[in-house]
Design a protein around this ligand. Sequence first.
Ligand code: GLC
Length: 429
Amino acid sequence: MKKYLFITLIILLLLPSFAFAQSQGSPDKKAERLQWFADARLGIFIHWGIYAVNGIDESWSFFNGYISHEDYMKQLDGFKAKRYDPDYWAALIKESGAKYAVLTSKHHDGVALWPTKCNELHLKKDLIKPFMKALRNEGLKAGLYFSLLDWSHPDYPNFTRKEKRYEDDSLRWNNFMEFNFCQLNEILDRYNPDLWWFDGDWEQSAEKWDAPLIRETILLKNPDAIINSRLQGYGDYATPEQGLPIKSPEDEYWELCMTMNDSWGYQHNDLNYKSPNQVIRIFVDCISMGGNLLLDIGPKADGTIPDEQVNILQELGRWTNKHSEAIYGTSAGIPHDYFYGPTALSADKKTLYLFLDGNPNGPLMVKGLKNKIKRIWIVGNGTKLNYDIKMKQSWSSTPGILYIDVPEEVLDPQVTVISILLDGEIDLY
Ligand code: GLC
């Protein structure tokens, strides 16, 4: 009898962890969880915080000693968010063609954008809640950025590049961890983000952050949540930053995060914006390598979004709206040996999309395609294109070269997209 009681007890104890492993452990479940993310292709990153007041580097400006911590914190008084319109933000993000957004709930400076009860360093108003609601009303996924490290917290070891609060003090570290979990749980309870974008993990090990427990806490509350990779190995997808990958990354899921100019937050002196054309072509490269683009905006301290940034989002919106079938739910294209440019494949692999950034001097050329072609047309415009196959020899298995005529009138001012419908799944020589 005792024996059975013991076994029952063991089962009861193991059940939650078993259920948890079931919920996220198997690769299939991960694929299911990440499906919306893989299909989304475009997200908008938002760095909004007190650093917009002076227009200086978020957190790094005091960490690197360009301004004292005290003076940095004076920006708290100037951060009024008087013209903050979360519904407009969400509508603009939707218009851009993005399917999700990620807002900085707390950067490395430790200033929470919500009235946290875990410490005193926060804004009075909850700036997060209305935005999460607005995103969800637009049918968009709502993500939050959270800095694991907190350079302002009295129990966090690092203060600035030159100054450390302590070297080794498990009591203080435990205090900090308690605080960190307090905020994490608050965010879970108040907003339950669809996506968690951690940052600042590099200063401590997975063990110190208790990364497995962070992951477990999130997924127990929301088994559908997605977690980025900056959790010392406990995330779901890779986050290359600023540098556009040259070749398809090895990771199955990835997202390039990128600024529009050279700053994450609003900096009035930084006018080094990429043109809409440059942004779209970088986006196209992400699509063709099977990844997402998380494009950053930095709203001003009053909550308005700078004109240059609105302009990029709107032009991106025109382009994504016109070419949606070649963007959402597609997968990485074919190697450049077959077509000298970015490409993508439809989910059923029966349509090949070619991205063309310019006016070709003659017909396009695709090599090594073994399929028969059913039809070729311009995406978002419908014009059927003439094509022809040259060099096909009856005695050779090498496919002929496909030439496609693209008349000048059908070119998009940014990037033209051509759709090739095949007789079956793509089959390359
Ligand atoms: C870096 C920086 C940070 C920025 C982030 C965005 O980790 O520390 O300032 O928010 O990249 O990817």
